[in-house]
Ligand binder design. Structure first.
Ligand SMILES: *[C@@H]1O[C@H](CO)[C@@H](O)[C@H](O)[C@H]1NC(C)=O
Ligand SMILES: *[C@@H]1O[C@H](CO)[C@@H](O)[C@H](O)[C@H]1NC(C)=O
Ligand SMILES: *[C@@H]1O[C@H](CO)[C@@H](O)[C@H](O)[C@H]1NC(C)=O
Ligand SMILES: *[C@@H]1O[C@H](CO)[C@@H](O)[C@H](O)[C@H]1NC(C)=O
Ligand SMILES: *[C@@H]1O[C@H](CO)[C@@H](O)[C@H](O)[C@H]1NC(C)=O
Ligand SMILES: CC(=O)N[C@H]1CO[C@H](CO)[C@@H](O)[C@@H]1O
Length: 415
């Protein structure tokens, strides 16, 4: 079959060159042309529908700017009408949000001081990304006081909760609470508790594993979503406050330094945990050790959750007997942000008994003398001056020490 049987402007143009071709050689071109034509028709019909709907919906109450140009998007009524077009809405969703439900949640958090719940459906990657954002406009669009985020990293419940309830009472609006507990823990807090609804989406944490640091970053990221949080305190279920809220808040807010303990320690439990493959990014003499219980400001919290370079190095090489939670933040902060860091922690702990766990305090250990000692019998630098108040928190207190702590709190800790 010859192509002359199909007189058509394109085939006749090709005729001088292709007359010896069989039709089946041309078939792909014909199909291509036909589908192009069909596509064109579909597109033009849809465009007509689209402009028709715009026109139809323009017949509402006229607005000052829309009367002049039919394609103007400047008036709010035009925007509303465009929002009726599902294609446009889908486009927005795809471009600007990954998961619409969580966007609503983020907005709620930013605009209200007491969000009902800190739950969301974000995966870690999205959570960290959202939390890393810094507003360019520095003034808040609503009235808010700077808050301290108290972040509890626990296995189960906050066992000394009644003590903390007393501590927080009367200072609503100046703090927010976040709890990261083992996902298998399914207990719940009473509705009138400050801990109610404050559990963040959590993952499993193993002692000494790098996923401990992942949990810390998850807590920081959740707390960063609330832009009024300005200080970030990491606590365990066995931590107690040594001062009342007012003193604690003022000490943290007025400090010109962050509190991440960091020191260089020779020997197997210090430099011995360094892995040579961490170099040249992290050199042995940059390796630091310190307590995982930190008190930091917003700027440093942002740097910690945004760091991928140093953290992925730890994820790769700081395993098993390395204990990333005692090294990642101390090392990273000492390498990059040492100027603003006090190199000490505000959480008192007793390592004097040796071993791999610090001393735990029982009911009978809790006496007024003991608490007074923790509160003021140390020496450190605070805002450039010598000070005897070096610890705001202490650990590790067992659950059954609660009654005596509650008994002494009013007189000694003043709450
Ligand atoms: C125009 O808007 C009205 C509501 O104001 C809506 O019911 C209608 O479906 C829209 N027209 C078109 C063609 O989309
Ligand atoms: C968790 O809930 C299940 C039932 O939903 C219950 O059987 C189990 O005991 C609970 N575990 C804890 C630790 O409360
Ligand atoms: C907090 O303490 C300061 C003094 O350090 C005092 O002036 C202020 O009234 C206290 N605020 C509250 C709410 O107790
Ligand atoms: C903290 O340690 C770093 C070294 O890692 C040091 O340069 C810095 O001066 C120390 N800061 C204070 C306040 O001691
Ligand atoms: C230590 O710092 C606290 C908090 O600023 C302050 O109230 C206290 O007076 C200081 N103590 C000494 C001994 O300088
Ligand atoms: C289907 C749909 O979403 N319709 C909405 C279009 O916009 C008007 C307001 O301009 C809404 O009232 C309709 O519900």
């Amino acid at each position: 079959m010859k192509i002359e049987k199909y007189p058509n402007p394109i085939t006749s143009l090709m005729k001088p060159i292709n007359s010896h071709f069989q039709f089946r050689n041309l078939l792909p071109y014909v199909i291509f042309f036909a589908s192009g034509l069909a596509f064109g028709i579909v597109v033009s019909v849809n465009l007509q529908n689209y402009s028709l709907s715009l026109q139809l919906n323009k017949s509402g109450p006229p607005t000052s700017s829309s009367s002049s140009s039919s394609t103007s998007l400047s008036s709010s009524s035009d925007d509303l009408q465009l929002a009726n077009n599902t294609v446009r809405i889908d486009g927005f969703k795809k471009d600007l949000t990954l998961k619409p439900a969580s966007v609503m949640h983020g907005l709620e958090k930013d605009l209200t001081l007491q969000p009902a719940s800190v739950m969301h459906n974000m995966e870690d990657e999205e959570l960290l990304w959202r939390a890393s954002m810094v507003p360019k406009i520095r003034e808040f669009p609503f009235k808010t006081a700077p808050k301290v985020a108290f972040m509890f990293l626990t296995k189960g419940p906050v066992s000394l909760a009644p003590l903390w309830e007393k501590f927080f009472k009367g200072y609503e609006g100046l703090f927010s609470i976040y709890i990261h507990s083992n996902p298998s823990y399914n207990g719940s807090e009473p509705e009138d508790s400050v801990f109610y609804g404050r559990r963040i989406p959590s993952k499993e944490v193993k002692w000494g594993n790098v996923n401990m640091v992942e949990a810390e970053r998850r807590l920081l990221a959740n707390a960063l979503l609330d832009h009024s949080n300005q200080r970030f305190v990491l606590l365990s279920e066995s931590c107690i406050p040594l001062f009342n809220f007012n003193f604690t808040y003022t000490y943290l807010m007025k400090s010109r330094k962050t509190f991440v303990e960091a020191y260089d320690l020779p020997g197997p439990v210090g430099r011995g945990r360094y892995h040579p493959k961490m170099g040249p990014l992290i050199k042995l003499d940059q390796w630091r050790k310190g307590s995982q219980w930190f008190q930091i400001d917003r700027k440093l919290a942002l740097e910690i959750i945004s760091d991928n370079l140093y953290f992925s190095n730890f994820q790769r090489y700081c395993k098993r007997q390395c204990y990333a939670d005692e090294h990642y933040i101390p090392t990273y902060v000492s390498m990059k942000f040492w100027k603003r860091n006090a190199n000490r922690t505000l959480t008192w702990v007793d390592w004097s008994r040796g071993g791999s766990h610090p001393a735990r305090f029982m009911r009978t250990d809790v006496t007024p003398e003991f608490l007074k000692k923790l509160r003021s019998e140390s020496s450190c630098e605070y805002n450039g001056m010598r000070n005897t108040t070096c610890f705001l928190f202490a650990r590790k207190f067992l659950p059954h020490s609660l009654q005596r702590l509650l008994l002494f709190a009013p007189k000694i800790m003043r709450f």
